[in-house]
Design a protein around this ligand. Structure first.
Ligand code: DAH
Length: 338
């Protein structure tokens, strides 16, 4: 009897398979209700008394060997199956959710890309500014009425510390630390104490541009803007309308020709076909002087635009608040590699 058990033990140890069906058949033949193990336990009665102890020990060994074997083979077979599944090229891909960039980041990167291609560097500055960099150096001395053009969040008074109202503050910082030729753009977040509506928001984003060198003219400014609008909108039909900014003289507002093809075009251009996209001008000599650059030797131009406004035009988004609510159903619609 004991020899039979030992034979079974050898067979169990020698058994191997990766086929789940075969493993199951093996398990049932030993550990099933009518399996070998139960048969052997049933024959326990017939074993002579003096052999009972040894027989019992062998039988337990066999039972354990079966359990271990089955477990081991099942684990191997499962691992093999999942490996096969991964390498199966006909399998449907996992729905991998990669996420995407925020539309404002997409537009910002696009603008950066366009200007860096023609030699502009990127400069940044602090969001918490002092009065000098946000106002005074930009030809806006204390009590200048044009300070009211931008409602300001003050953090502290005397000396005034505030949240910058435009990224023009970065052009001051850049000129203070660099001599011409200067070619730089400054993207960043700005803050204004405005009522929140579908077109205005207290926090938004701007890109400021600055070019200072010898004999820079208004024609250079216009050509640069035409290059930019062509690259971004695929349309370089622009017009410059005389305007006023304290830091530029002369100053202009830039309109792009949007067309009047659809009803929306009529609505957003108020029936004119033209849309304002940014402010610009020749840097006021006072500003150059304030920043340590000799206005008799150098001249330059500057421009500034709102990223939200450009994104609203490019993507036909009618409400600025959508950019800040971060509803994934909105954000998911913007796929871009930039
Ligand atoms: N700083 C202006 C604003 O926030 C935008 C601007 C206009 C910037 C004309 C400029 C410029 O550099 O030349 O409204």
């Amino acid at each position: 009897m004991i020899d039979r058990v030992k034979e079974y033990l050898e067979q169990v140890e020698a058994f191997s398979s990766t086929d789940p069906q075969e493993i199951e058949t093996f398990r049932v033949s030993y550990a099933g209700k009518k399996g070998i193990l139960n048969d052997l336990f049933a024959s326990f009665r017939e074993v002579p008394v003096e052999e009972k102890k040894a027989f019992g020990q062998e039988l337990n060994k066999l039972k354990e060997a079966v359990t271990t074997k089955v477990k081991e083979l099942q684990t191997q077979s499962r691992a093999g199956a999942s490996k096969m599944r991964i390498s199966d090229p006909s399998r449907t891909a996992f729905p991998i959710d990669t996420g995407n960039r925020h539309p404002l980041a997409v537009v910002k990167n696009r603008i950066i890309d366009i200007f860096t291609q023609i030699g502009f560097s990127i400069s940044e500055g602090p969001e918490i500014e002092d009065d000098w960099h946000n106002f005074t150096a930009l030809n806006l001395p204390a009590h200048h009425p044009a300070r009211d053009m931008q409602d300001t969040f003050f953090i502290q008074t005397d000396p005034d510390i505030l949240l910058r109202t435009h990224t023009s503050s970065v052009q001051v910082r850049h000129m203070e630390n660099n001599q011409p030729p200067i070619r730089t753009i400054s993207p960043g977040r700005v803050f204004r104490n405005e009522a929140i509506s579908s077109r205005a928001h207290c926090i938004f984003h701007q890109v400021e541009g600055l070019y200072i060198a010898k004999e820079v003219s208004f024609a250079d400014l216009k050509q640069t803007l035409k290059y930019f609008t062509e690259a971004l909108f695929g349309n370089s039909k622009i017009r410059l309308r005389p305007s006023y900014f304290p830091f530029t003289e002369p100053s202009a507002e830039v309109d792009i020709y949007w067309g009047l093809e659809t009803e929306t075009d009529y609505r957003i251009t108020k029936g004119t076909g033209w849309l304002e996209i940014m402010g610009c001008g020749m840097v006021d000599p006072n500003v150059l002087q304030n920043c340590g650059i000799d206005p008799d030797e150098y001249s330059g131009f500057a421009f500034g635009m709102g990223i939200e406004r450009i994104a609203m035009l490019l993507y036909q988004v009618s409400d600025i608040r959508l950019f800040f609510e971060n509803d994934v159903r909105f954000l998911k619609q913007f796929k871009a590699t930039l």
